[in-house]
Design a protein around this ligand. Sequence first.
Ligand code: PLP
Length: 359
Amino acid sequence: MRLRKQVQGYKMKNNFNIENLVRENIKSLKPYSSARDEFKEFTKDMVFLDANENPFENGVNRYPDPQQTTVKKELSKLKEIPATNILLGNGSDEVLDLIFRAFCEPKIDNVITLPPTYGMYKVLATINNVEEREVLLNKNFEPNIDSILEKADANSKILFLCSPNNPTGNSFSQESVETLLNSFNGLVVIDEAYIDFSSQKSWLERLKEFPNLIITQTLSKAYGMAGIRLGICYASEEIITILNKLKPPYNVNELTQQKALKRLLSKNKVQHEISKILEQREKLIEKLKTISFVEEIYPTDSNFVLVKVDNAIDRYNNLLEKGIVIRNRTTQALCENTLRLTVGTKIENIKLIKALKDI
Ligand SMILES: *Cc1c(COP(=O)(O)O)cnc(C)c1O
């Protein structure tokens, strides 16, 4: 194993230089400067005649804040991380795409993903014409560290770690993630879409230690706001500065910013919903154990459960006939005959169990 010497903080990656990873065209890119970039003294009672907007107020007649200052300020408080380490996007999917475009030269660079995992990494690699190298998780759905480091070369720009992982539901062991952060020579993206359901801590509190770490989170899952599309990226100021250069100026719209802010301010409500979901998850797992054709229930740290059944296609169709839609994951690596069940409300879960019993 090519392990680096363990030393404190940034020194751990003493030869890490983000400039070596950025594409040349991005390095020399002069970003579009919007009207709102050039003048942003929102607080003063100014007359804005700079952006060709319709002056009649209706709540959304003005362009949104391109830096989403108020939302970031609230997130910064909530997550105890400076706003300069945050970039927001139109869902985490946009954030992930920005990372590809900033660091991966089409047809030359490659990224590493660990199937079975979130399908967007592969789709984004294909769209960006970047080779995707797959290293399967082991049978406990943990990263195969040696194989990952073997598969990596000088053009391996990004390693995607989804933890808790979709569709398996587990979080990766902290030791594995730390080893990869220290040994992989490119950027490590930890996709924490499900972190609010997890019993493990976010890697956010260790962001400062790893200059190659990018963490993505989202308001789509625990925060209950999939409809507004708000994705979050946390990284070093250097990385955030690069991504800011290429993001579309108004990528997070005004309505999204307003809704997100309101939700971030109702921390207790979100926390209450999360505990309800976790409580329901445990009840659902207990009930699933009584279903005859459920052969395995995989440990979960998320708001869904992956189960192995006798025949995933048949059981999927059986449930569909009863009006219940779940996700059939049988075609994914290591997931033969598995179904992914999202934890719903108490009533929804009762319906699911009843339907499963009736099959
Ligand atoms: C659902 C999910 C996301 C969320 O993507 P958004 O674009 O923010 O809605 C990101 N990563 C994983 C692994 C997911 O399952």
